[in-house]
Ligand binder design. Structure first.
Ligand SMILES: Nc1ncnc2c1ncn2[C@@H]1O[C@H](COP(=O)(O)OP(=O)(O)OP(=O)(O)O)[C@@H](O)[C@H]1O
Ligand SMILES: [Mg+2]
Length: 221
């Protein structure tokens, strides 16, 4: 198997990282090696002599192989603000991310690349997440947070992915609102509204168990 996907979401906090780790478990349960990147991360702690981000550390921890932190997260900014603001002194260069991606790709069957924020989140003064996904030439998986407003956000993002010319391999519903009324009805509406396959519904969990979440996914081979 040789596959790679770009993971975007309807917004920041949509569930991209949880869904990415669930996807990593999904592939590992099928006997594939998998790695994931969080190339641009804003909101980091100083740890082991460098800025490190919780998402990137989680992805590093769940990979099938040990990978150095700088490959997984080449741009780690201290402040949890938009990367184009956090990175003024050291702006994102997409070529650097492509280099890291290629180094990881030769080592794993499947590579997942988690974006930052949503599809049009700026990553430097001139480029946004859609430009990064296009430069990497990856099919996109859209993570939809099932909460009030999700239908509008999902349709807008799905349309924007199509406008970028990249294929959308599918979408994943992440139920990260414990009290969402009419959750199933919202998901059914999204199934009709989005012309890409639903790859799974990640249930709400108080205590996360990624191997259980992985079993809710399907359709990616
Ligand atoms: N299935 C779930 N059940 C319960 N809570 C969830 C679930 N998925 C996500 N969450 C909650 O939502 C939060 C945000 O999820 P996650 O970190 O995956 O979002 P994200 O899109 O990666 O955010 P960011 O834009 O910061 O990268 C998690 O920290 C967790 O508290
Ligand atoms: Mg994340």
């Amino acid at each position: 198997m040789n596959a790679a996907y770009f993971i975007t979401g309807t917004d920041t906090d949509a569930g991209k990282t949880w869904a990415t780790v669930a996807l990593m478990e999904y592939y590992q349960q099928r006997g594939h090696t998998v790695a994931a990147m969080k190339p641009v991360a804003a909101g980091c702690q100083w740890q082991d002599g460098r800025w490190q981000n919780a998402d990137a550390l989680l992805l590093q921890h769940h990979a099938s192989l040990p990978l150095p932190y700088h490959l997984i997260n080449p741009y780690a900014y201290e402040l949890a603000v938009s990367p184009h603001l956090a990175g003024v002194a050291n702006p994102v260069k997409i070529d650097t991310i492509i280099d890291s991606f290629k180094q990881i790709k030769i080592q794993a069957d499947v590579v997942l690349v988690e974006g930052a924020g949503g599809w049009y989140a700026p990553i430097n003064a001139h480029q946004d997440i859609s430009n990064l996904a296009k430069a990497l030439e990856l099919p996109v998986i859209l993570i939809v947070a099932i909460r009030l407003g999700c239908i509008n956000h999902a349709k807008l993002t799905h349309q924007a992915i199509a406008a970028s010319g990249l294929p959308c391999a599918g979408w994943i519903a992440v139920c990260n609102d414990a009290d969402m009324p009419m959750r199933e009805e919202n998901i059914a509406t999204l199934v009709t509204a989005l012309a890409s396959p639903l790859l799974g519904v990640v249930p709400y969990q108080n205590q996360v168990d990624f191997s259980v979440l992985a079993r809710q996914l399907h359709g990616l081979g």
